[in-house]
Ligand binder design. Sequence first.
Ligand code: NAG
Ligand code: NAG
Ligand code: NAG
Ligand code: NAG
Length: 325
Amino acid sequence: MTKKILFAIFVVLILFDAVESFTANCNYKVSSYVIINSVYECHIFDIPITSENKDISVTGSHLSGRNNNDVTSIWIVSDWTLTFFPKNFSNFFPNIKVISIYYLSIEALYGDELNEFPNLELFEIISSNLTTISSRLFEKTPKIRVINFSYTSLERVGHDLFTPLNVLQIKWLAFYGNCINQYEWSYNQTAILSIIDELLEKCPFDDEENFFTTISLATTTEKNLACTDRNIEYLVCDLKNEIEGIQGNLKSKEERMDKFGSQLAQIQEDTQIKIREIEATFQNELTKMGEEMQVKDGKIQIFESRLKWMEEEVLRLTTNPCACK
Ligand SMILES: *[C@@H]1O[C@H](CO)[C@@H](O)[C@H](O)[C@H]1NC(C)=O
Ligand SMILES: *[C@@H]1O[C@H](CO)[C@@H](O)[C@H](O)[C@H]1NC(C)=O
Ligand SMILES: *[C@@H]1O[C@H](CO)[C@@H](O)[C@H](O)[C@H]1NC(C)=O
Ligand SMILES: *[C@@H]1O[C@H](CO)[C@@H](O)[C@H](O)[C@H]1NC(C)=O
C-alpha cells in the first residue's frame, strides 16, 4: 500500500513541478536607451523567480507584425522578488541586446548569467542588493557598450571584469550610489578608463575564487531555509524530502528483506540437510537394532530350548530318582 501512495505523491509532485514554471507576462513596446536608440522590448512587471533551474514561460501579445525573434530588449521591474537571475529567456528571445532590471534581490552575479546573450550591448541593474560581481560576467558578451550599476550596494568587482572587453568600445558607464559614485557618458575614453581604474581600486575583490565557493555554500543553505519559508514550495520541498527519506528507508528495508530472504533460504537448505542426516542415522540405528534383535531372538530360542530340556530333566529325576546314571 505504501508504494501506491508514494507513487500517487510522486505523480502529484511531477505535475506540480511541471505547472510551476515562472511566467513572464510581456507587455511589448518600442523603447529607447542611451546609445541604443530603438529596441522592441518585453516589458515585465514583477516576475518572482524564487528558485533556480525552473523554466520560464513567456506570455503576452506582440505588436502587429512582430514575433519573439524581433524582441531585442528585456526590461524587468521586480519588486525585490527576483532572488535568482532569470535563466533561458534566450530560448524565447534569441536576439537580446538590452537587459535592464530594477529591484533585483540577488547579492552576487557569479559570472555565467549573461552567457546566453552573446549580442548583449547594454546591461543595467538599477536599485539592487547586488554587492558582488564576478570577473567572468562579460566573458561571453563581447559587444557590451553600456553598463549601468547605479544604486546597487556594490562592494566588490572582479579584477578581470573588463579584461574580455575592448574598453575602447565602452561608451557609457554608470556607477552611482555604491562603492564609487561615478558615471561617464559621452565618448571621453580617458574618463571611461579612469572610472574603470577607480572601480577596480575602490571595489577590490580579494580572493575571488574562495569567495564564490563560500557564497555558493551559503546560497545552498539559504535555499534550504527558503524551502521552509514558502507555502507551496514548502509543501513540495517537504514532500520531496519526505519521499526521499521514505525511498531511502524502503531501499534499506528491501535490502534487509533480501538479506533476510537469502538467510532464510540458507537456513531451509541447512535444515533439509540436517533432516536427511538425521533420517539416515535413524535408519542405520533401526537396521542395527533390528539385527541385534534377531541375534537376541536366536539367543532366546537357544535359552528356551535349554530351559525346556532342564525342566524335562528335573521331571524325569523327580518321578524316577534312581534313573540317574
Ligand atoms: C535552459 O536551456 C537549456 C538549453 O536549451 C536546457 O538544457 C536547460 O535545461 C534549460 N534550463 C531551464 C531551467 O529551463
Ligand atoms: C534588498 O534591499 C531591499 C531594499 O533595501 C530590501 O527591502 C530587501 O529585503 C533586500 N533583499 C534582500 C534579499 O536582502
Ligand atoms: C543609470 O540608471 C539610473 C537609474 O535609472 C539613471 O538615473 C541614470 O541616468 C542611468 N545612468 C546612465 C549613465 O545611464
Ligand atoms: C575627458 O576626461 C578627462 C578625465 O576625466 C578630462 O580630464 C578631460 O578634460 C576630458 N576631455 C574632454 C574633451 O571632455
